[in-house]
Design a binder for this molecule. Sequence first.
Ligand code: AN7
Length: 395
Amino acid sequence: MPRYFCENCGFTDLLDKNLYFCPNCGDPLTIIYNDGELEANFSGLGVWRYSSVLPVDPDKKVSLNEGNTPLYKSLRIGNEVKELYIKNEGMNPTGSFKDRGMTVAITRAVERKFKSVICASTGNTAASLAIYASRAGIKGYVVVPDGAVALGKMAQARAAGAHIIKVRGNFDLALEMVKNFARGSNDAYLVNSVNPFRIEGQKTVAYEIIEEIGEPDWITIPVGNAGNITALWKGLNELKRLGKIKNLPKLLGVQAAGASPIVKAFNSNSETIEPVTSPSTIATAIKIGNPASWRRALKSVRESGGAMIGVSDDLIVKAQYLLSSKEGIFVEPASAASIAGFLNAARSNLIRKDDVVVSIVTGNGLKDPDSVNRFESFETTVESEESLLYSVIAQ
Ligand code: AN7
């Protein structure tokens, strides 16, 4: 039987309880499988194609057809490497990668007969929770930092009828609050990425990438609370166990420079992080100073032989604009961090000329429409046809 497992201290327990954190050391739990329990018996499309490697009953799934996201070959911004692919997770049902984890976590919530689900969020988890809770016919509660969530994400949470609880503080405070809530109450199922079922759903991005292009040399991914990079590495390792890949790719975890505690720990070879008390970045989705899964992120990146790097807000904006204007892929700022990290690493020769790279972009540009106000603008107002003519030929 699959079971809970603590990668930090080795604690293990059966899945017949609702656990998130290790009762011994407090780290977020993982779900592990014995040999023979992981089966590469894949059919259909999207997250549920991989139900033979998921710990919930696919017949009871709460799904909006998540996963099966487009993987594009870069035409213009990846010239410094052999091939750059962009995996557009912004094409999931609510516009972010969170849906891969949410479909599994909400299915688990329903299996366990919860009537409510809760999360802390910088926005995308809230939007995904809200929409999937409405699909499941249960109540959604989202705890968000007041005034710090992008417009599109708030709109989705509102539209889905979720209870929106604002806190005067940042995401880290909101997460602390819901963690304490979940320790003391079984009234609502916690579906942040500290929930091991979320990680199970999100690992499917690794399965899709490998089925589509085989083994890349590098995968770049934005890092906030560090659940997604944990899930990616878990998926890749399972694929190796299943004999689907020989060599594991290197991971490039990318944080915004103003919210980069894991980068600092990586660079100083430290075994622990120093939380950033006042994280700051325009990429609000990853404005996180005390990531819950930091230990698993550090371990993943180190095992892979990859790296953690920090990127400036300035480069994030440039990467976001490059991606939309040169490749036709419109993403939100946190996702552009993945591309900014690629650009940095290719320039510094960390990623080499003959490497095949996949950059995972995590959220749709429509999530944060205000972010495009930072781009160079080509807007003019015309009052006559002549004026229209001249504004076009003058370019
Ligand atoms: C677009 O929604 O943390 O490292 O509460 O929305 O797994 O946290 C969002 C995170 C990257 C970082 N890209 O992923 C939330 C939240 C986008 C995101 C991340 C987030 P993790």
